[in-house]
Design a protein around this ligand. Structure first.
Ligand SMILES: Cc1cc2nc3c(=O)[nH]c(=O)nc-3n(C[C@H](O)[C@H](O)[C@H](O)COP(=O)(O)O)c2cc1C
Length: 186
């Protein structure tokens, strides 16, 4: 029997690089089973001392997404997303919860990509804008909420905003030292 060609392995770096910030989506809704899986991924994310200091508000009401999108122009694109998962934190330990929030956000984005979808992060803004986002979402005042992860089927990863950040990344030579700060690889 003729030997089958081995499927080429893509490097992990290449796969993970497809986890980009997507801000434009098809109008299609996110299937319920995908949402359920994303919430399961979020639930199993590790947190400082396993405090699991979070609550997730899944938002598929377009009007709710539109209201949050109007908090500031840098997040107006989120009105076009079919789904958002707002991350609400206990508000008991700002430093560790910020780390936990970043960790769960990245897991959601990676899981969405693995399911053929994509996502993007939107920060609500300053203290007043965060308070308004909490009012829209009905989140108790004492909880902390500063971001929502939008999920959908991306049509582009180009940043459509006039204020877009410079794309791409710094070279590793600027980012890495070996054994001691500033030292090159032996
Ligand atoms: C903490 C944090 C907050 C962010 N807030 C926003 C935001 O409010 N609006 C937005 O459009 N993108 C936001 N982003 C996305 C970044 O702009 C994006 O990750 C960066 O430009 C790299 O994009 P790329 O991976 O597609 O190259 C945020 C990212 C992080 C990590």
């Amino acid at each position: 029997m003729a030997e089958q060609p081995r499927p080429r392995k893509r490097s992990v770096a290449k796969i993970v690089r497809t986890v980009r910030q997507a801000r434009q989506y098809r109008p299609d809704t996110v299937p319920d089973e995908v949402l359920a899986e994303l919430l399961e991924v979020a639930r199993w994310t590790g947190s400082s001392r396993n405090t699991q200091p979070w609550h997730f508000v899944a938002v598929n009401d377009k009007e709710q997404l539109r209201r949050i999108s109007e908090l500031r122009t840098a997040i107006n694109w989120m009105a076009g997303a079919p789904l958002g998962i707002a991350i609400v934190l206990d508000g008991a330990n700002a430093m560790s919860e910020a780390y936990d929030e970043g960790r769960v956000t990245e897991r959601l984005l990676i899981a969405a990509r693995a399911r053929g979808l994509g996502g993007g992060v939107a920060w609500f803004g300053d203290a007043e804008q965060q308070a308004e986002a909490k009012r829209i979402l009905g989140v108790p005042e004492e909880r902390a909420a500063r971001s929502i992860v939008l999920i959908g089927y991306p049509t582009s990863t180009t940043d459509p905003r006039p204020t877009r950040a410079t794309p791409g990344r710094k070279p590793l030579s600027e980012l890495v030292s070996y054994n001691r700060w500033g030292e090159a690889q032996a």
